[in-house]
Design a protein around this ligand. Sequence first.
Ligand code: ARG
Ligand code: GLU
Length: 720
Amino acid sequence: MLKKFIVIGLILAFPAALLADEGMWLPLLLQRKEADMKAKGMRISAKDIYDANNASFKDAVMLFGGGCTGEFVSEKGLVLTNHHCGYSYIVSHSTVERDYLTNGFWSNSQAEELPCKGLSVTLLVYMEDVTAKVLKGVEPTMTEQERKAMIKKNIDEVEMAAVKGTHYNASIEPFYYGNQYFMYVNEIFTDVRLVGAPPSNIGKFGGDTDNWMYPRHTGDFSVFRVYADKDNKPAAYSKDNVPYKPKKHLNISLKGVKEGDFTFVFGYPGTTQQFLTSYAVNQIQNYEDPARIKLRTARLDIYNAAMNQSPEQRLRYASQVAGIANGWKKWQGEVKGLKRLDAINRKKEFEKNFTIWANVIEQRKEKYGGLLADFEKTYNEMMYDNSEYLYLTEALLTSDFMKNTRALVSLIEEKDSAKYKKNIDIFYNNLTHYFNNDYERHRKVDKAIFINAMAIFYNDFGKGYYDSWKQWVDKDFKGDINKMLDYVYEQSYITNPKKALEMLDKYKDPNKDRKKLSISPATTLYVPLMTKFNNDEKRKNYAALNSKLDSLYRIYVEGIMESNSGKDFYPDANLTLRVTYGNVKSFNPRNGVTYLPYTTIDGIMQKENPDIYDYVVEPRLKELYNKKDYGRYANEKGELPVTFIASNHTTGGNSGSPVMDADGNLIGLNFDRNWEGTMSDIMYDPDYCRNISLDIRYCLFIIDKFAGATRLIDEMTIVK
Ligand code: ARG
Ligand code: GLU
């Protein structure tokens, strides 16, 4: 008997075996990890990292915008983050004549720092376990809906009480699928200015070809500054604002790291899903990722061709394409990684054992015994809904044509006359602006995006989606979907500047028969598609199924933890502040190949190719290289390090995160993961998963030697 239990205990080990360096830990509970961190080489304490009452590293780390991390590196609110995190702001300040994206931007004084509309940074004041308060009054007998309502009411109350009389914001987030809740009390700053950025061929060297890859040579950083009012409090942009004085900024070490050295990363990882069942992984690996990749390949081919045609087009599509390409490539790595790990079967094996474990005791059987069968049923029922949603976002709504049509339709449907009048004016102005911006050229690109994406939609998913679509294609276009889409694009007034503005002008009076605005092939295509999506019989249960999944996972994760008691689980990433730690580590991506732990500027010169945009090397950089003029930024071998890899468990959102050494000094900026390890969002593999960091010495070398922005270096605290 005893033997049997031991065996079951052993095989029940959760597949991502929590070996080595997996885990993204809550700063508040970091004490629990302190011993292990020290054993791996850390020389500071958990309290140095997070301390609610005294200045600690957490006061130097911020959520940058809505999905990156940044850190203070001076007492004057100077911030470092990635180039790709500052990208859209750099683009927004760029024109073809004054192209900061291509040429870089370096302000010479605070007066020259550029305000960034829409950019905010969020600082954590403190966090708190509020599980008991949030679950107060929640009974196991409640329906999922009752439970949700009770939780929402509790959350609202607790959040409100926490920030009463302060300028803080509070948000309570669920962990372990609602088995635990933490509250985050934050301070949000909205006057954030661009201070400096390297030229694209440094900040994005290697472009999308090198993205997610190692060996890497990207100088992926940009510099910002947070401004506050004269009381050091958040304030909307004003020229009277002054640099924010953070409670703590990070010291920078130029010592660098070598194989085996301890490092930790402190930042805002976005999403991981370690607890997914085999059914979910199957859908991601075999259906969702492949469909998204296919749809994005079509779009990327079109944008890339346009971007190679002119500098105007390169600038126009740069930011958008970076986003599309990023997911596109990550999913390819993810599918490969999941297959290599045999993730589905490993999950299945675990699930089988989980059910055996559950059935040993009557009470457990009741709670957990039927879970996996329920999961299977629910995921099967959701398959259709998920793909419908996927094609909506990755196909239907990707062209400006369809986005404008959507805006038009909501305009026509507006019942309130005053609102209609206001909205049609706004739409008219937006379109005027849109048509004045190199429209003839853009129109060709947008048309191709529309036709390609919609043709895939039709062939993969849409043919029988709503009957009249297929009938239309068959009857008027002999079954040729491309011809039909071409017709729709060409014959819709919204793609014809003169006609579009005339029409809007003609029907801007709310009392006129504005239904006439909807007589267009664009709406004939779009409206039934959206109506179908919104009222799809097959989708009716979507909300119910999702809420069912929520409750299944909550119970499942509770069971996993119960069956693995003694194991220290970490909650999935959810864009809250986390610490992850590991060691600098080389690895073998494939047979016969080892990736060394760091790269140098020599690799940039090896990759140089004047004929390929992404591999053009800045002449000034070459000059410094030829002179070996690296100053104090060279390592002990006289090389200039560019990036390094370590076994820290990171994900999207960790971009820009400070990478720190055993003494808590800043040694790098996290900016990527290696391609072979991108399945770590679902299943981590210590042999294959590495984070890629920009070596802080290359970053400072570019600021100092390349750009001559010594005023910024002077602000920083550099320890040798
Ligand atoms: N892969 C990195 C991340 O997930 C960098 C993305 C930006 N770079 C790019 N070439 N698109 O965000
Ligand atoms: N580049 C990612 C980001 O923007 C980080 C890479 C990853 O996904 O780990 O957050």
